[in-house]
Design a protein around this ligand. Sequence first.
Ligand code: ZN
Length: 273
Amino acid sequence: MTCRGSDNFGLAGIGALVLLLVVGCGAHAAQPNAPAASPTPRASASSVQHRPITTDLKTRRRVLLGYSVDHRRITAYEVGDPDSSRRVLVVGCIHGNERAGVAIARALTRVSPTQDVDLWIVPMLNPDGAAAGTRTNARGVDLNRNFPYQWRRNGSRGSLTYPGPRAGSEPETRLAIALMNKVRPSLAIWYHQALGVVDNSQGPRALERRYAADVQMSLRKLTDYPGSAVGQEDHRFGPTAFVVELPGGALSTAAVHRHEQAILDLAGHLPPG
Ligand SMILES: [Zn+2]
C-alpha cells in the first residue's frame, strides 16, 4: 500500500503507530526509543512502578494517524487517563485557511489535566490545505463536506465546498472517521474561522452554552451542512460535537488560554461513566 493508504487504519493500527509515550504527569523525560505502547495502556504500569508518579496513571503520547493526499503526516495526541469515560476530541483545523484553532490544540497537548479525562487532540487534519493556504485539501475537496452522514453531490472540483466524488473519498476524512470510531468521543470540538461565534446547533447544547460563556463569545445557530464532521459525530454518537468559529486572524496568548481552559472546564462537566 502506498503512503496514501489510510484505509487499513484501525484499532490495531493506532497501537502500532505510537511514536512517543510518556507515563506520568509530564515531569518525566520522554522515551523516544521506547517500544510501541501496549494496546492496553495500563499494561505499561509495571515498568514505572518504582517511579514517584501520582496515583493516577496519565498518558501523554503522540500517534501517527496516517498521511494526507500529499504525504504529510496527520498526528493525534492523547493526554490524560486512557481509561477515562470522559473522552474529548479536539480538532484544530479542517479547513486549511482557518488555522487559528491549531494554537489551542497545540496548547492542549501540553496540559496536565487534573480531572478525569482522556483528551484526543488533532492539531491539523488538513496539512495540505494549510500549506497551500486553501480551504480544501490537495484534491480540491472540502473535507467538511466529505463525511458519510448525509453526504451529497454538490458542485464540482474548483468549488470551495466540493464534497468529493463520493463520501469518505479523501484520506484525511477516513483518518478522522477511524479516530472517531476508536475514541467514541463524549465531547468533540472542531475549530473553524472566522465568524467569531460558538455554534448553537444539534450538538450538546448545555456544553455549547458553557463554552461560549467561558470564552466570552456569543452563540449562534449555524447551518448543519451535509457531509460535515460534526454531523457525522452527532449521528454516530449522539449530540456530542460542535463547531467553534473563531474570529479572524491569530488568537492572542490570553485567548488561547481561555479556550484551553474552557475545554478542560467542559471535560470536567461531562457525566462520568
Ligand atoms: Zn471552516
